[in-house]
Structure formats: structure tokens, C-alpha cells
Design a protein around this ligand. Structure first.
Ligand code: SAM
Ligand code: SF4
Length: 357
């Protein structure tokens, strides 16, 4: 069994200090509403080995590889954010674990955690690569992963993801736990697709000591499907979970769009993300950077600032500083997603897989 403690031994810390020289800290990022930006979601690829119906079309046009930042460039960006007060970084995509040499980047950012420059590095993954990567991910310094899973039924899984990889994902979740990673399940609630299964899926998560977050589907990108047909407000799901469990809201938050509940008799937590029926943007502490180096200040808005030019200029530090200050001035109060007369409002052409979920 690997050592699951968070303690870093003296020699490890010394090694990390050598590998991760102290950054020169600069004024922290803070937006026009006074919200401190301490959390970065960093997309490392727009590619994926699944084709979830709410996320992608079957035939996706992916970005030309030449447009995608190198891993070294992504690490330079991560450092620039750390210098500006970001304390948590989540790698995402597309599927982050299909990016070649991703472990190199995880180790580099993991060293920033070991050196105390960052509180944590985490991942959002579909789980298909976890069976063979979980132990290396832990060794790189990751302690928590979010795994997306919408159903435990193999036929439905294939219907939702257009691939038959349920067993691999379940093996991946077990491999992650065995490696010492704490796992949270992300589940998109879909009317008529996994709606009836949500109480048993939640029970499965509890039985397997997994936290779970339910998400309402958002109108991001063209996917060959009518979005409204899938939409299931979580206000219709919670009472069904409450028939079985005593859920108590907790004030705990991550500065994100989720609200959390404790579950009586269990150590697990339930999270809900309700962008359409009830948004929680007020305390937003995050920004997202795409694999081409665009910073989006809000998942649900199109406004962005291009960091790639600055990154590739002769004075990247000064250029990035300017770009990040500009981005802060443009971070909106919140997104515009909502439902109106049975129609989704606030639709964007950009796919979730491009921005990084
Ligand atoms: N491939 C990884 C995964 O699936 O976990 C990471 C990227 S994926 C875009 C991140 C999260 O976004 C997943 O939990 C997925 O279920 C969610 N997602 C994708 N498209 C969505 C949409 N249109 N509405 C709501 N959630 C979405
Ligand atoms: Fe791939 Fe994740 Fe999008 Fe599913 S949600 S298609 S796994 S990027």
C-alpha cells in the first residue's frame, strides 16, 4: 500500500524545494467585484476517448495540434497563476489523461504543492485511464480526483458516452482508491436517461465511500441532441434522495457553483450544481484556461483574453501580468444560463470540452 498520509518527509521536501524554486509573488488576482481568484481550471487537451452526448457530437472537429500549448507552456502558465495567488489547480479537458506525457506536467505542478507554493493539484477525469495511471498520479502529488460517471448500467453508459467502457471506469475508480486517492463522482442528471437510477447511484457512491456531485446539463456547444429534452432540474431529484437519506445543507463551499449536504449515517457528502435552476455565482473564485491558452473568466460567458501571444513573446512575465490584470477587469458577476418557457437561455457555441469542465 502506498503511504496515504499528507506528510512530506524532510528529504522529499528538500528535493521539491530544489525542483520548484520560490516564485516571485506578485499582487493577488482579484476581480472588479472584489472576489479573490484562487482557483484555476486548466484544460490540457480538447480531445477525449468518450463522446458523452451532452458534451460532444459523435463527429467532433478537434483543434489542430499546432494550436495547442506544449506541456512546458502550460506549466509556465500555471506558475504565472501561482505567482498571482492561485492556490488550487485542477487539470481537465477534454480528457486530461489522454494527453501524452501528462504525468510530466502533474509532477511539475505536484512539486509546487510539495514546496508549499500551491495547496493542491487535482484532476477531473472520465476514469478510463485510471486503471494503469492511478498509482503514478498519486506519486505525482495528486490526492483527490473527480471521476465522471452517470450510470452503472452498461447499456445506458454506452448510450450516454457512445463507448462501452463502463467496466474500465469502474476498475479505474477502484484503482484510484487503492492508490490512496480520494474520489468524487460527478454525475450529470438527465431526464429519462439516468433519472430513475439517481437514488441507487447515490447509494452505490455512499457504499463505496465516494462523495458525489449532481450537475444540471448546460447549453454548451452543438452536440446533435436537443438540450431541453435532457434537462432535469435538481429540485426534482433532491426529494427522491431525501426519501431515503437525511440530507443536511452545510455552509462548506469551495468558492464554486456547488452547494453541499451531509448525509446522516455516512461520511460522504452530496454536492449539487444547479446553473439553470439556481445559480451560485456570487462567491466565484475561479477562472479557466483552455489548452490553446485562452482565459475564460466565466464558464457561461464568451468573453476571454488570449494568453498565448504573451506566453510566446520575448517578455512573457510582463505580458502575462498585463493579460491577467485585463482578464480580472472583465470577469462578469455570473453566467446567463436559465430556463424560460421550456427553452434554455444563454447557449454558447463553445463545448465544455474546450473550456475544461
Ligand atoms: N473528460 C473529463 C470528465 O468527463 O470528467 C473532464 C472534462 S469534462 C468536460 C468535465 C465535466 O463536465 C464532466 O463531469 C462532465 O460530465 C461535465 N459536462 C460536460 N458537458 C456538460 C454539459 N453540457 N452540461 C453539464 N456538465 C457537462
Ligand atoms: Fe469526454 Fe468528459 Fe466530455 Fe465525456 S464529458 S465527452 S468524458 S470530455
Amino acid at each position: 500500500m502506498p503511504d496515504t498520509s499528507r506528510h512530506i518527509s524532510g528529504s522529499q521536501a528538500e528535493q521539491s524545494a530544489i525542483k520548484a524554486p520560490s516564485p516571485i509573488f506578485e499582487p493577488n488576482l482579484s476581480d472588479q467585484f472584489g472576489r479573490k481568484i484562487t482557483y484555476l481550471r486548466l484544460s490540457v487537451t480538447d480531445r477525449c476517448d468518450l463522446r458523452c452526448t451532452y458534451c460532444m457530437a459523435e463527429k467532433m472537429t478537434f483543434l489542430p495540434k499546432a494550436d495547442v500549448l506544449s506541456l512546458e507552456e502550460i506549466f509556465t502558465l500555471a506558475q504565472a497563476f501561482i505567482q498571482r495567488g492561485v492556490r488550487r489547480i485542477r487539470l481537465t479537458g477534454g480528457e486530461p489523461l489522454v494527453r501524452k506525457n501528462i504525468l510530466w506536467l502533474l509532477k511539475k505542478i505536484g512539486n509546487e504543492v510539495k514546496a508549499g507554493h500551491l495547496d493542491e493539484v487535482t484532476l477531473t477525469t472520465n476514469g478510463t485511464q485510471l486503471p494503469h495511471m492511478a498509482a503514478d498520479i498519486y506519486a505525482a502529488g495528486v490526492r483527490r480526483v473527480n471521476v465522471s460517471l452517470d450510470t452503472l448500467d452498461a447499456r445506458k453508459f454506452e448510450g450516454i458516452t457512445r463507448r462501452s467502457k463502463l467496466e474500465t471506469v469502474l476498475d479505474g475508480i477502484q484503482a484510484a482508491k487503492a492508490a490512496g486517492l480520494s474520489v468524487k463522482i460527478n454525475t450529470v442528471a438527465m431526464r429519462g436517461k439516468n433519472e430513475a437510477e439517481l437514488p441507487s447511484l447515490f447509494q452505490w457512491a455512499i457504499n463505496n465511500e465516494l462523495d458525489m456531485t449532481l450537475i444540471e446539463t448546460m447549453p454548451l456547444g452543438e452536440t446533435d441532441q436537443r438540450r431541453e429534452a435532457d434537462y432535469l432540474p435538481l429540485s426534482a431529484v433532491l426529494p427522491k434522495l431525501e426519501d431515503i437519506h437525511t440530507l443536511t445543507p452545510t455552509p462548506e463551499g469551495t468558492g464554486g457553483p456547488a452547494r453541499y449536504f451531509t448525509v446522516e449515517g455516512s461520511k460522504q457528502k452530496l454536492g449539487i450544481i444547479t446553473p439553470l435552476s439556481n445559480n451560485f455565482c456570487d462567491g466565484c473564485n475561479r477562472v479557466r484556461v483552455t489548452c490553446t491558452g485562452r482565459i475564460y473568466m466565466c464558464l457561461g460567458q464568451d468573453d476571454h483574453v488570449d494568453l498565448r501571444q504573451a506566453l510566446r513573446s520575448s517578455e512573457p512575465a510582463a505580458g502575462l501580468r498585463k493579460c491577467l490584470d485585463k482578464a480580472m477587469g472583465h470577469k462578469p458577476r455570473g453566467h446567463n444560463f436559465s430556463m424560460s418557457n421550456g427553452k434554455m437561455v444563454g447557449e454558447l457555441q463553445r463545448h465544455m470540452s474546450q473550456t475544461g469542465g
